[in-house]
Design a protein around this ligand. Structure first.
Ligand SMILES: [Zn+2]
Ligand SMILES: [Zn+2]
Length: 138
């Protein structure tokens, strides 16, 4: 477990500090994307600034990606080791209006969007809202 965490950090050229290992370990165990408040709850003595800085480093180094699901809280999810977060690699996210969970639909790429001439896409954020499979079944 710890080995793969270190490996992921190494691949993305992030120096493995104890804090980074811990945060990535927590993030990789989630079945949905979590925000800073939710991450903070996993720490007995949470230092919000340190956590935020760790998340920011991870986003910059493409260890994780951020998702603006429209709730006002930015969520974070782990990227694959080969991900560079280019627009062509991005996937659709799903926000469940019942359980409030935001999930990566990694198998569904964002469709190629034809922008007008001289427009350059740096990031695309596509969030589908509705009921997730768990909530839709119940
Ligand atoms: Zn749900
Ligand atoms: Zn995602």
């Amino acid at each position: 477990m710890k080995k793969s965490i270190d490996k992921s950090l190494e691949i993305k050229k992030v120096k493995p500090t104890a804090m980074r290992q811990l945060v990535l370990d927590i993030l990789s165990k989630q079945d949905h994307a979590i925000g800073l408040p939710e991450l903070e709850m996993q720490f007995a003595q949470a230092d919000r600034t340190t956590l935020y800085r760790t998340l920011k480093t991870f986003v910059d180094k493409k260890v994780i990606h951020s998702i603006d699901d429209g709730t006002g809280t930015i969520k974070y999810a782990v990227c694959t080791d080969t991900c560079h977060c280019n627009p062509s690699e991005l996937h659709v996210h799903f926000y469940c209006i019942k359980c409030g969970k935001t999930t990566c639909l990694t198998d569904i790429p964002i469709p190629d969007i034809q922008l007008p001439e001289n427009y350059f896409a740096e990031n695309i954020n596509m969030v589908v809202k509705g009921l997730c499979d768990r909530c839709n079944r119940g």
